[in-house]
Design a protein around this ligand. Structure first.
Ligand code: TTP
Ligand code: MG
Length: 410
């Protein structure tokens, strides 16, 4: 009986694009790009055919149009992708009681105690892929390993339609030649620092040793990265919390017309949501905006962030971008405004550059300080300070008595 862990990481291939191809098979084999064409648009994702031209997620649409002039563009249908994501989640739940979703199209499954070794894990992974194909007509890539880090690394190695087993014995041969960016938490800035210190690959980093690594990135990062480089990663798979979304919405007694006021209202909702996220110790990958006009036209729009966040500013930036590009008020006032978040990960996880994002670090510290103030003196005090400031700035009246603030946990 082996006691080592068996962790699966599942990640759908070209997820939004693959769902669109499933819905319209005439798109199969075409360079399909999901995103908004135009000056301010960015690519959400694209089919593997489009990737051959160099098109990538988060690329400005203008660049993608230049690289792939014959690309077929679709704007994306978040509701559909969320529904598919839920259906996938049900399939995952059938394979393990401990499922940790990481984003809309990926999850960790802990099969320890269910699969006795990695080979049994690989058989389960095969069955999981088959089930996803049979039930959802979609393809997934799966990594099987004794740790989360190695499982995630493995799922990416043979995309699309991959199934890779990564035993810890293969760490020297397979992980050490890889660039340091493959280590969880190393983003472009950390990689640059390491490169300057002569460390380009994971192997370089191990050879350099703790002292030099500490010099480059500090003691916490050094210890963390050396452990990962040896294939050690004690993080458990954490079964997901129940909440599927955290949102806050508010109806205004009088419709808002002034774009500045509307954006400030979006900021307030974003900050409220961010506070709830921090209280739960989670970060969200998807931001939603809900707008209802005075004549009861309602929009809900969503966008996926490159990096999960629990910061009000970042949620606000995403919600404001949706407001500016995806809502057509046509002169009507706003009656209801909601900001929501979904696709949670534990705070800190999935962050691009864990060690060298000083601005983000600072923002997080400030947010935490304000959370502490709110805990000590009550949220009203912090909120009221902001409202008083607002009132002074633009001579606005006290809030309308009809206004209602509805934090909701679906
Ligand atoms: P990914 O799993 O990163 O990408 P993918 O599934 O499209 O392609 P693959 O895994 O095969 O490399 O992200 C899942 C979905 O999240 C993706 O289909 C679209 C969305 N997304 C964005 O909207 N913006 C982004 O910047 C990224 C990275 C993803
Ligand atoms: Mg994917």
């Amino acid at each position: 009986m082996s006691w080592s862990r068996v962790v699966l990481h599942v990640d759908m291939d070209a997820f939004y694009a693959a769902v669109e191809v499933r819905e319209d098979p005439s798109l199969a084999g075409k360079p399909l790009i999901i995103g908004h064409k135009g000056r301010r648009g960015v690519v959400s994702t694209c089919s593997y055919e489009a990737r051959r031209f160099g098109v990538r997620s988060a690329m400005p649409s203008l660049t993608a149009m230049r690289l792939c002039p014959d690309g077929v563009w679709l704007p994306g249908r978040m509701d559909l992708y969320v529904a598919v994501s839920r259906a996938l989640r049900e399939i995952f739940d059938g394979f393990s009681p401990v499922v940790e979703p990481l984003s809309i199209d990926e999850a960790f499954l802990d099969l320890t105690g269910i699969a006795r070794d990695l080979d049994a894990g690989a058989r389960a992974a095969r069955a999981l892929k088959d089930r996803i194909r049979a039930e959802q007509r979609l393809s997934a890539s799966v990594g099987v390993a004794p740790t989360k880090f190695l499982a995630k690394l493995a799922s990416d190695l043979e995309k699309p339609d991959g199934l890779v087993v990564f035993p810890v014995e293969e760490v020297p041969a397979r992980l050490w030649p890889m660039p340091v960016q493959k280590l969880w938490g190393v983003g472009p800035k950390s990689a640059e620092k390491l490169e300057r210190a002569g460390m380009r690959t994971v192997g370089d980093l191990l050879r350099a040793g703790e002292a030099r690594l500490t010099e480059a990135l500090g003691p916490a990062a050094a210890a963390h990265l050396l452990a990962l480089a040896r294939g050690e990663d004690p993080r458990p798979v954490v079964a997901s919390r129940e909440a599927k979304s955290i949102s806050e919405e508010r109806t205004y007694g009088e419709d808002l017309f002034d774009p500045d006021l509307i954006e400030r209202a979006i900021l307030e909702r974003a900050e409220g949501v961010a506070r709830q996220l921090r209280r739960e110790g989670i970060a969200a990958r998807t931001v939603h905006l809900k707008v209802r006009t005075g004549d009861f036209d309602t929009w809900t729009r969503a966008s996926t962030l490159a990096t999960p966040t629990s910061l009000g500013e970042e949620i606000f930036a995403a919600a404001r971008a949706l407001f500016r590009t995806r809502i057509e008020l046509s002169g009507r006032g706003v009656r209801l405004l909601g900001v929501g978040t979904s696709h949670f990960v534990p705070e800190g996880e999935g962050q691009l550059d864990l060690f060298t994002e000083p601005a983000r670090d600072r923002a997080t510290r400030i947010a935490r300080a304000s959370d502490a103030l709110a805990r000590k003196f009550g949220e009203e005090v912090v909120t009221k300070a902001r409202l008083v400031r607002r009132k002074r700035e633009d001579g606005e009246d006290e809030e309308s008595p009809e206004a209602s603030s509805l934090p909701s946990l679906e």
